[in-house]
Design a protein. Structure first.
Length: 454
């Protein structure tokens, strides 16, 4: 099995010698196997490795047992370990989530915190082929496009999944042959959770009654669909830019340009635009894309309500979006709140503005037009000098920014690359260096000079 995982890691360029890898270790079979695979890969490649365990505060003595086991395992194999003890039920109640969703959010927050503190470059998770098939079936039943057919991404920014090429039974067999113990989470047998029902009822039925290699075949199909998705996303991104624009701070889809998009890609373009406008992907489904598509055939002035407070309105030009965002504490628009200028950097000049709401950026590496706006889906910021990246949603979660405040915060962005989260932090990617020839200066007039920007 190791050779199979090694080949998969190589295929997707997951690990290099210079990496510092954080592994999420719960104590279950999947994550224990992940740890042993990484230890073997570490001997060959030489990357740094540490583990993170999150105690969710849900399963009482069972959770304490898991934590103790992971501590013993890491001591035995000389793996550095960071343990977090969190209250998932309280977090779920506070944020209106299921405990499953809350646990996932908290784990990701803990992993990203260690990534930042340790200067890590990769976060390794233990998803395997059966997990991927569960995701595919769940997506198909809810309705999905190309993105959902690709299943779980092998590599997504800093996140890597080395075990996606192996089945659950391969993992258990590997551990059994080597006498490696692991913990069992009793909630995995709770049929109140939809994923458990798919894993325990649907997949075994397919393997027993349809094809014994159902999981393998679906896994290979998802891998091909994922590769196809990457190509389609590039095309969709280009068409999305060509058919949209901004007017009075509102996004518009220009119908003339939209109708030039190949018919096979139009729904993908609409889905991406809607997700960006909403600021989230979850629960934006085919029915919403269809509503948006049908709006182009309606009379001017017709409007539809979409998820997350988004309203789409038929106009003479095409379709205009509005989002119900609570009134912020500033007055006027971004043109009155900000000033932007570009100037030559003087040789040897390494001084920086003293005011916390005046920031300098390396203008030479900016690829697009810099826009002052609020967050959209896909926004990310480079948080350390190693290029470690974090999605804005995750950053706001880490900083404990209230949900109701997140859409009010101004963003200076180069496409979906964030230069500056105004009032919070500046991207490491656009820092002034000795190679900088031109400087972009942005000043914000709506903040207090005793703010927390850094």
């Amino acid at each position: 099995m190791y050779q199979k995982v090694k080949a998969y890691v190589k295929k997707w360029h997951m690990l290099q010698k210079e990496d510092s890898v954080i592994a999420g270790i719960s104590g279950g079979a999947d994550s224990v196997c992940l740890l042993f695979m990484l230890l073997k890969l570490q001997k060959e490649l030489g990357f740094a490795l540490m583990a993170v365990h999150v105690n969710h505060g849900i399963r009482g003595a069972e959770a304490e047992r898991d934590e103790a086991y992971v501590k013993r395992l890491c001591r035995q194999w000389n793996v550095r370990l960071k343990v977090y003890r969190e209250n998932v039920p309280a977090y779920a109640k506070e944020h209106g989530m299921t405990e499953e969703e809350a646990g996932r959010d908290i784990r990701r927050t803990c992993f990203c915190k260690v990534l930042k503190e340790w200067g890590g470059t990769k976060i390794a998770l233990a998803h395997h082929e059966n997990d991927n098939v569960e995701t595919l079936l769940w997506n198909l039943c809810r309705g999905t496009g190309i993105r959902g057919l690709g299943g779980i991404a092998p590599v997504n920014d800093v996140w890597i999944r080395p075990l996606l090429c192996v089945k659950r039974r391969e993992i258990e067999s590997y551990l059994k042959k080597r006498g490696i113990s692991y913990c069992t989470d009793t909630t995995n047998a709770d049929r109140r959770y939809m994923r458990n029902r798919i894993r325990m009822d649907v997949i075994p039925y397919l393997e027993d009654c349809v094809n014994t290699e159902s999981v393998s075949h679906m896994g290979k199909t998802m891998e091909r669909m994922y590769e196809l998705e990457q190509y389609i996303l590039e095309e969709v991104g280009q068409y999305k830019e060509s058919c949209t624009g901004w007017k009075n701070g509102r996004r518009i889809i220009r119908q003339t340009e939209y109708t030039k998009i190949p018919k096979a890609l139009r729904d993908n373009v609409l889905h991406e635009i809607l997700c960006e406008t909403a600021g989230r992907r979850k629960d934006i489904e085919e029915v919403h894309v269809q509503m948006l598509r049908d709006l182009f055939t309606k009379q001017v002035g017709k409007r539809i309500d979409l998820p997350y407070g988004v309203t789409a309105i038929r106009t003479y030009e095409g379709v205009r979006f509005e989002k119900n965002i609570p009134e912020a504490s500033y007055a006027g628009d971004e043109n009155e709140l900000f000033s932007i200028r570009v100037f030559d950097r003087e040789p040897g000049n390494v001084t920086f503005p003293e005011k916390i709401y005046t920031k300098w950026f390396d203008y030479d590496i900016i690829k697009n037009t810099v826009k002052i706006r609020h967050r959209i889906a896909g926004d990310s910021i480079v948080i350390n000098r190693y290029g470690g990246r974090k999605k804005l949603k995750q950053y706001f979660t880490d900083q404990k920014v209230p949900q109701e405040d997140r859409d009010k915060i101004w963003i200076a962005a180069d496409g979906d690359e964030v230069l500056w989260i105004v009032g919070y932090r500046q991207s490491q990617k656009y820092q002034i260096t000795e190679k900088t020839t031109k400087i972009l200066e942005i000043q914000y007039y709506g903040g207090e000079e005793n703010g927390r920007d850094n």
